[in-house]
Design a protein. Structure first.
Lengths: 232, 232
DNA sequence: GAAAAATCGTGTCATATTTCACATAGTAGG
DNA sequence: CCTACTATGTGAAATATGACACGATTTTTC
């Protein structure tokens, strides 16, 4: 039967579960103890029905007339999402974007720890490693060793387009299984490796298309079927 | 009738069209003159059928037995996507992420021009404005004026979570219609404004979930239905 | 303790998106 | 000019995703 342990959670549902976790965190900080699907929906930007459907998928049961116990639900979400403890993440590319990511304070709060960065330019790693509290930047040659040491599975790619594929090959070789790719190229990866692309240009082009009401479609109000806010 | 001019192109199709444009650009640089749906599909990471369906949506007709003429198709894509000329984009938040974005060389190549940046910290704008060729950084108070001057419709939000909603309100007030949001908050916007969210933590959590094969699902191969590479 | 209100869980329906399959049209070669 | 081959365009089936509605269960109130 449809037990919650015997099948993967759909693609987009995982996203929403993360959203819920964040919303719950905020609610918890405000002193709430239970939450209704209605409230959680509002806080996450989705519909109440969707919240209930998603939450039943992970097998957590709320109580009619009362709602969901926040603490328990949050714990359950962390279990399912695997964010119970800090997960190590490594970064390749210590250029401007890479350094911006290193300085991002949200990693730990969200259950991840940026444990190491890599670059091929000696100026980058000699300049930044060793600073107190900051992320150490190693030469790319040390990749395998450091990945193994931290047992990292996730990697962020923030290198120029030219070297992206080469870097990814090395990441996979080193044992990385999931890649967050900021470079604007189509990465070739074997079965079993997951890639999420964040492509500035694609985002902007899409935004541009959907905000341009002249020249494309006569009816602006035709967009009623599409939500203004997108969460993938 | 299903004419290509009388209806909007679906959400995800716009994304793929952008992908095609990039792939075509590369093919063109290699000296190719025509391309088959098969080849274009391979270069873009989608299926050939999908390519044909998408391309018929914009009303461009390929030639059986030969394929699509690259130059002509690329021009048509730029028309449809509205990337025929440079579109102005403004940025709010000149912190680390903001400065990384300002230094991103890809904007112009992809049809966008980062015309101005804003910050509320005098240190940021006094330090960076006026440099030759770089993006000027203005105080946030000048937002309306500068947005109007450049006739910008698109804005990028790279400010801390606390100030994101406030910034977005000002953007909308100033005439911005599409927002690329890097802050991890749910933005409230009126009908007609499009928001695309880029949320590091959500991306990582999803990656983590889908690369974690223990503890969640017995069958790893169960993921046959999901593509390893994701383009939204 | 009984009735009313609140809220969950889920079957069913509607919509959007992708895949399949194939008839159709154009090209190349002799 | 005719045949063989290639590649498109598109209707239809399959899949995924989200919306709706309603019965069931618990709390709250009197």
């Amino acid at each position: 039967m449809k037990n919650h342990t015997d099948q993967r959670i759909p693609y987009r549902t995982v996203y929403r579960l993360s959203l819920y976790a964040r919303a719950l965190q905020r609610l918890l900080e405000r002193g709430a103890e239970t939450v209704s699907s209605q409230t959680l929906a509002l806080a996450s930007g989705v519909k109440a029905d969707q919240v209930r459907k998603d939450l039943t998928q992970i097998g957590h049961f709320g109580r009619p007339g009362l709602g969901y116990p926040i603490t328990s639900l949050l714990g359950h979400l962390h279990d399912v999402l695997g964010t119970t403890r800090l997960r190590p993440v490594i970064l390749v590319g210590a250029g401007r974007l890479g350094r911006a990511l290193m300085a991002y304070p949200g990693f730990n709060k969200e259950g991840f720890e940026l444990v190491a960065a890599f670059d091929c330019d000696p100026k980058q790693y000699s300049a930044h490693s060793g600073k107190n509290g900051s992320v150490p930047v190693y030469p790319i040659q040390n990749l395998s060793k450091v990945v193994a040491r931290h047992n990292a599975r996730l990697g962020i790619v923030a290198v120029p387009a030219e070297s992206a594929q080469s870097v990814v090959n090395q990441l996979i070789e080193a044992g990385i299984r999931g890649i967050l790719n900021f470079s604007p190229v189509l990465l070739q990866v074997p079965e079993g490796i997951t890639v999420n692309n964040v492509n500035l240009a694609l985002e902007l082009e899409q935004l541009h298309y959907f905000t341009e009401d002249s020249a494309h479609s006569a009816k602006t109000s035709h967009a009623k079927s599409r939500k203004a806010i997108k969460h993938r």
